[in-house]
Write a protein that binds this ligand. Structure first.
Ligand SMILES: Cc1cc2nc3c(=O)[nH]c(=O)nc-3n(C[C@H](O)[C@H](O)[C@H](O)COP(=O)(O)OP(=O)(O)OC[C@H]3O[C@@H](n4cnc5c(N)ncnc54)[C@H](O)[C@@H]3O)c2cc1C
Length: 379
């Protein structure tokens, strides 16, 4: 078995692994990344590609999301990678939804968000993709970015390798870490710090620490339309009333319980599958639609058409797009702690496991990578 060395060894080339590789390489460290698949195939290529600060609660997480957004812009610009800086709209069609969005718009600027309430006419000026019938207005926020996750996760390793000399070993599962050594099937690496960004793989490395952590899994069903006609732009990414009850940011609103109660009473199927609806656009013009949330360590490998139908029917109540045919369906899984968005575990000195921040990994990744590298004294 061959012996090699690096300063920092990272397990996983999902967005968390890449974010940590970027932060460590910028600090002048020799970085090596191991990914067991031929290319990243986990949650990071299965998501909406939304960098979504508006969903984070005010305080530490919102600040981390905004810092993360700034780093995203820096790396995307340096790597000449495309992104959409379009902001977001939370559309409202019911009075209880409008009440939450308006209340949030009145409180949020004082909490560090950059958002405001828009009338229907103002919404329709910003987006050609919104159903005008019954529209009461929307919460507009200008901080949301969209990347095409498949494109970005494929391109960033090449950029990190070329610009910073980060070494990538794809199709290489890490089977053990015994500091200062890491073992793959074919090589042994020495490093002074190990970072485990293995997503929802809790079994391969330090299984006892994962088992004791309280982490579970969350499965999400997703769909994508065929590409829209050339030149048709979604504009701002779209969310609607169901999302107002989903993200913790809106927990500050006194009007939220009434909305939650109405949805629970009127359409309990949305709560049963924890469905809300988001729409983003990919590089080829298709629209990514989702999602649902099923929690538990055992992931159901079979998708439910009932869930897809609920997502599609709800989405078409607010989305107006020329191409609505579904071209792709898939599911994704992320690691989820019931209470903590951020979770890291140090199973032994020089080894840190960084659990994916649930449904906010794209949003928080870059900021989290910088924070971890700084806190570990690497930068
Ligand atoms: C459907 C869906 C939609 C989402 N939408 C959004 C969104 O729009 N915005 C947002 O902010 N967040 C979103 N999220 C959350 C976000 O995608 C995740 O938080 C994030 O991708 C987690 O990144 P990760 O690098 O931790 O995990 P992953 O992307 O799963 O990467 C982990 C990698 O580690 C590799 N690996 C594991 N064990 C080993 C080993 N022993 N050796 C070598 N390699 C190993 C795996 O092969 C995998 O590639 C979504 C998630 C899903 C599933």
């Amino acid at each position: 078995m061959k012996n090699h060395s690096a300063d920092i060894a990272i397990v996983g080339a999902g967005i968390l692994g890449l974010a940590h590789a970027y932060a460590a390489a910028r600090a002048g460290k020799r970085v090596v990344v191991f990914e067991r698949s031929p290319q990243a195939a986990g949650a990071s290529v299965r998501n909406f590609g939304m960098i979504w600060p508006i969903g984070q609660p005010s305080g530490e997480l919102l600040q981390l999301a905004l810092r993360s957004r700034a780093i995203w812009l820096e790396i995307l610009t340096a790597a000449h990678l495309p992104y959409l800086n379009t902001g977001s709209l939370h559309l409202t069609y019911r009075h209880d939804e409008a009440a939450v969005a308006q209340e949030f718009a009145s409180i949020a600027p004082g909490l560090g968000y950059n958002c405001r309430w828009l009338t229907p006419a103002q919404v329709l000026e910003k987006s050609q993709a919104v159903q005008p019938q019954g529209l009461l207005g929307a919460l507009w926020s200008d901080t949301e970015l969209t990347v095409d996750p498949r494109q970005i996760l494929a391109a960033l390793p090449a950029f990190l390798a070329q610009r910073y000399g980060v070494q990538f070993h794809f199709s290489t599962a890490v089977r053990a870490i015994n500091p200062p050594c890491l073992e793959s099937a074919t090589a042994r690496w020495h490093a002074s710090q190990f970072l485990i960004c293995s997503g929802e793989d809790f079994e391969t490395l330090y299984p006892n620490h994962f088992a004791a952590s309280g982490l579970t899994r969350c499965k999400l069903q997703m769909l994508r339309t065929a590409p829209q006609p050339t030149g048709w732009q979604l504009g701002p990414s779209l969310a609607a009333g169901l999302t107002l009850r989903f993200y913790p940011a809106f927990g500050v609103c006194s009007t939220l319980p009434a909305l939650q109660a109405r949805i629970a009473h009127e359409t309990p199927e949305f709560d049963r599958w924890a469905i809300h609806a988001l729409v983003s656009q990919t590089a080829d013009g298709a629209l990514t639609l989702g999602d649902s949330h099923q929690y538990g360590l055992a992931v159901d490998v079979f998708n439910k058409s009932e869930i897809d139908d609920l997502i599609l029917n709800y989405t078409h109540s607010f989305l107006r797009a020329p191409e609505t045919r579904v071209a792709e369906r898939w599911y994704g899984v992320y690691a989820k702690h019931p209470d903590k968005t951020l979770l890291w575990i140090d199973p032994e000195p020089t080894v840190r496991i960084i659990a994916s921040p649930g449904g906010s990994g794209m949003t928080l990744s870059m900021g989290l990578g910088e924070k971890m590298i700084r806190e570990l004294g690497i930068a």
